[in-house]
Structure formats: C-alpha cells, structure tokens
Design a protein around this ligand. Structure first.
Ligand SMILES: N[C@@H](CCC(=O)N[C@@H](CS)C(=O)NCC(=O)O)C(=O)O
Length: 210
C-alpha cells in the first residue's frame, strides 16, 4: 500500500502517525506528493488531489482522513484501533471537534496565503473566532482529563496543535491553554509524533492560492 502525503499537511500527518503507531510501516509506504499541481504523482490515482490518499495494492485510492484511518484500523486487531466506535460517543465527539477545528484553521491559513488585497477580512475573522472557541473547549476537555487515550482524537489534536505551532503561527494557541500546551509538549516524545514534525513555514507544498 502507498500513503500519499505532503510533509506540511496536518491531515496527512494524522494518517502518517497512525501508520507508525499501528506498526504498519512494513505494509504502507509513505510517498510525498505535490499539491494543486497538474503533474502531481497523486492525480492518476485520485482525481480529488488531496492528501492523505491511501492507495491499496489493487489500485483502490482511499481519500479523506477518516476513511484512510478506517482502512488502516482494519489492518490491526480491534483492541489496537485508533478510531473510536459508537460505543465511545465522547471520544468520537472529541475527534470530530478536532477535525472541525482543523478545517477552520486550514481555511484561515489559506486565506492568509493569498495576496493581501485578495484576502477576505470577514472569512479571517470568522475562522479566527471559531479557532478560539473550539480550542477553548478543547482546553477544558484536556483540563478535565480528556484525550487520555492515544486514539484518533489524540493524534488529530497533536496534529492540529503542531500545525498551529509551526505553520499557522497567526494563532497564539498556547496563550491561556496550559492543559493543551502540556499535552502537546509531552506528546513530542512519542515516536509517531517525533518522526512526523512538519516543516516550518506557511501552507502546504503548493503554489500560493489565487
Ligand atoms: N477533508 C480532507 C482534507 C484534506 C486536505 O485538505 N488536504 C490538503 C492538504 S492539508 C490538500 O491535499 N490540499 C490540496 C488541494 O486542496 O488540492 C481530509 O479529511 O482528508
């Protein structure tokens, strides 16, 4: 199997961390792909052109982080799976919240990468407010002992914060959020985290947006 990714993508990082955490590196080879590029190695497999994309040995290309995690989880025994099932609604809710926060921050980041005169102050204000609102809720969850399990929500949270830390520094996420900061700092020792730290700089491996 091949996992297409881009080193700066927080979505792809969740899948890359899952491959390492689940011990699947001998079965899933990570391959870098350029984004928003008509000659990207990814496009012949996946017309959507987004990472992560998991290409199975029969050529089936699975796109979208949650679908990729579902496939990766299916390769290990149930007790080791990362995605919470419906029997764990709180963990499932936490995972969804983190992904929702990531979607908003990705929109904010893309807006900031436009030439200044093309940016929408309204979109930036909306997404900045959403980011503050959701990360404040995540801080409360973490302070109450949430995110204790190393599940998909935990990896998504680490990826979200890592993206803000290194690629979306417009968001001062640490300010007033000691529980998230402590969780994030402690997470850096985990091999799946340490081995997938994104490069600094804005956006992903893609040309500026217009
Ligand atoms: N909803 C998707 C989002 C994935 C996504 O937006 N990936 C970005 C990189 S961070 C991408 O591939 N962008 C390329 C493009 O938009 O063409 C998921 O959950 O996987």
């Amino acid at each position: 199997m091949r996992l297409f990714h881009s080193p700066g993508s927080p979505y792809a990082r969740i899948a890359r961390m899952a491959v390492i955490e689940l011990g699947l590196e001998d079965r899933v080879v990570a391959e870098e792909a350029t984004l928003r590029d008509p000659s990207s190695v990814l496009l012949p497999h996946n017309p959507v052109g987004r990472v992560p994309t998991l290409v199975l040995d029969d050529g089936t290309a699975i796109t979208e982080t949650t679908a990729v995690l579902t496939m990766l989880d299916s390769l290990v025994e149930p007790a080791r799976r990362l995605l919470p099932g419906p029997e764990k609604p709180r963990a499932l809710a936490a995972y969804g919240r983190v992904l929702g926060a990531l979607d908003g921050i990705a929109v904010w980041n893309r807006e900031l990468r436009r030439p200044e005169h093309e940016r929408s102050p309204g979109v930036i204000a909306l997404e900045a407010l959403r980011a503050v609102r959701v990360t404040d809720a995540l801080e409360q969850e973490a302070a109450r002992g949430g995110f204790a399990a190393r599940d998909a929500g935990w990896f998504a949270l680490v990826s979200l914060l890592g993206y803000c830390e290194r690629r979306h520094t417009a968001f001062a996420w640490r300010q007033g959020r000691p529980a998230l900061a402590a969780l994030f700092d402690a997470a850096q020792a985990r091999p799946a985290v340490a081995r997938t730290v994104p490069p600094t700089g804005m956006g992903s491996a893609a040309p500026p947006l217009r």
